[in-house]
Each structure stands twice: as C-alpha cells, then as structure tokens.
Design a protein around this ligand. Structure first.
Ligand code: XBP
Ligand code: MG
Length: 238
C-alpha cells in the first residue's frame, strides 16, 4: 500500500547537520567564556540526549565540567546563541541535503503524498536548513512541522510523532517515518509508524531493531514511493 504521508526527521536525516551544531556549540561556549570543547568522540556520546538544552544539562550533570553551575543558570541564553550561530552557518551553505532527499520530496509532492517533519531541533533551525537547502520559504512544502519544545518529552518519547499525526489528521498506518538514529526510530515506532532508517555520521555505530528497512541513504538504492510501498507490505511488524 502506498504511503499517504511521509514524516521526516531533520538532523542527520535531511542533512548531516550535527557537525554544524557541534561547531556552533563550541563557538558559543568560547564566546561565553566557558572553557569547553565538545570533540567528536564526546559529542557522539552526548547525542544520546536529544535537544540542545537537554544536552548541555546532561553534560553538566554527567561530566561535571568547570563553570557548570554558571552554564546551567544561562542555558536558555547559551542555546539561543548556539542556534543563531547555527542558522548563520547553515545560511552560508554548511549543510546540504543528503542524497535522494530532494528527489523523494519532489516525487511525493507531485503524487499528492503529504509531507511533514518531526524533529527535536528548534523550529528556526529547521527553517534555516530548508531555506538554504531547498530554497527560500521551503517550509511551505511541509503540511506540518513538529519541532523542538512543542512537546515536553523529546525523542525517544513518541510525543513529537503523535503531535504530527494529530496535526496531519492522518492514521498511523497511512504514513511512514524517515529517521537516522536509534532515538528517532524508537520514537517513531512507539507512535506506531513503519520507519525507514538512513544512519548518519554520528549514528552509524547504532543498531536499528524494528526498522522497516535500513539503507545507507535514499540513493542506495534509490528510494521512491514504490520502494516505500514494497517495504511496508514486507514489514512483518505492521
Ligand atoms: C537532533 C537533536 C538536536 C540537535 C540540536 O535529534 O538532538 O538536539 O542536536 O537541536 P533528532 P537544538 O534528529 O532525533 O531530532 O539545539 O535546536 O535542540
Ligand atoms: Mg536525527
């Protein structure tokens, strides 16, 4: 059966954005006089916690870095500054769409399949990426964008997917999710969605039990609406 709606994650799925977030975090830490540097190894571990504010709090709680209490007092300010810098970097071309994303979006649009986004990242980050990668105002291509703090519990909780399904007014069985991470997969599955996983730079080491399919990207092999329909009907979980 053809999917009538495709719900995309953003970070790692639409584009390899996490290195841009990491750069923006580190530049912001320096600007605020924190002697912190999140290298790739550390960031891979920190990504287990979704959400930028939540990630800063988890770092302070788990790693006890210098100036932790000062950082906690200004976490909202730090996060806003990080996102401003992230948007500047993305506007400058720091993140391109992953292979096959633009093609699948185009096929869905021309076939009347509805598009939505379910992400942990903040709405301005989503808009900055869509504007830069798909053209100004590209957020309009998506019927629903569920982002950031619109739900209190972030992935792996299913809340953001439930929110998007409610807003779409579509039944779960009519939709598929596209994700890059275990947290995202668990969130989508807990909401009842068949889920395609395209692992990204920071999630390649993870396992994806219960995924409808796992492929390196949407061009390997080329993923079309027909491919999604074939995987959905072969997916024993649904
Ligand atoms: C992505 C995230 C986000 C970004 C930063 O997870 O966890 O937190 O790293 O975004 P997913 P903010 O792809 O599963 O949605 O700093 O705006 O929170
Ligand atoms: Mg992701």
């Amino acid at each position: 059966m053809r999917a009538e709606g495709i719900i995309f994650d953003v970070d790692g799925t639409l584009a390899e954005t996490e290195e841009v977030h990491r750069q923006a975090f580190n530049e912001t830490f320096a600007r605020f006089g924190l002697g912190w540097n999140w290298d790739r190894t550390l960031y891979r571990r920190l990504l287990d916690v979704t959400g930028g504010k939540e990630r800063i709090r988890a770092f302070v709680a788990g790693d006890d870095p210098p100036d932790g209490d000062r950082a906690l007092d200004m976490v909202a300010e730090l996060h806003a500054a990080k996102n401003t810098r992230y948007a500047e970097l993305v506007a400058g071309g720091a993140a391109r769409l992953r292979p096959g994303i633009a093609r699948l979006i185009e096929e869905a649009r021309s076939s009347g399949v509805r598009l939505a986004i379910a992400t942990t990242t903040s709405l301005p980050n989503v808009e900055a990426l869509l504007d830069a990668a798909l053209g100004p105002g590209a957020a309009r291509l998506f019927d629903v964008i569920g982002a950031g703090d619109v739900v209190p519990a972030k992935k792996p909780a299913p809340d953001i997917y439930r929110y998007v399904l409610d807003e779409l007014r579509m039944p779960t069985f009519a939709c598929v999710a596209v994700e890059d991470s275990r947290n995202g997969l668990d969130a989508a599955r807990a909401a009842g969605l068949p889920t395609l996983v395209t692992p990204s730079l920071y999630t390649r080491h993870q396992t994806f039990p219960g995924a409808m399919a796992v492929v390196p990207d949407l061009e390997t092999p080329p993923v079309s609406l027909a491919t999604l329909a074939k995987w959905r009907s072969a997916d024993s979980g649904w």
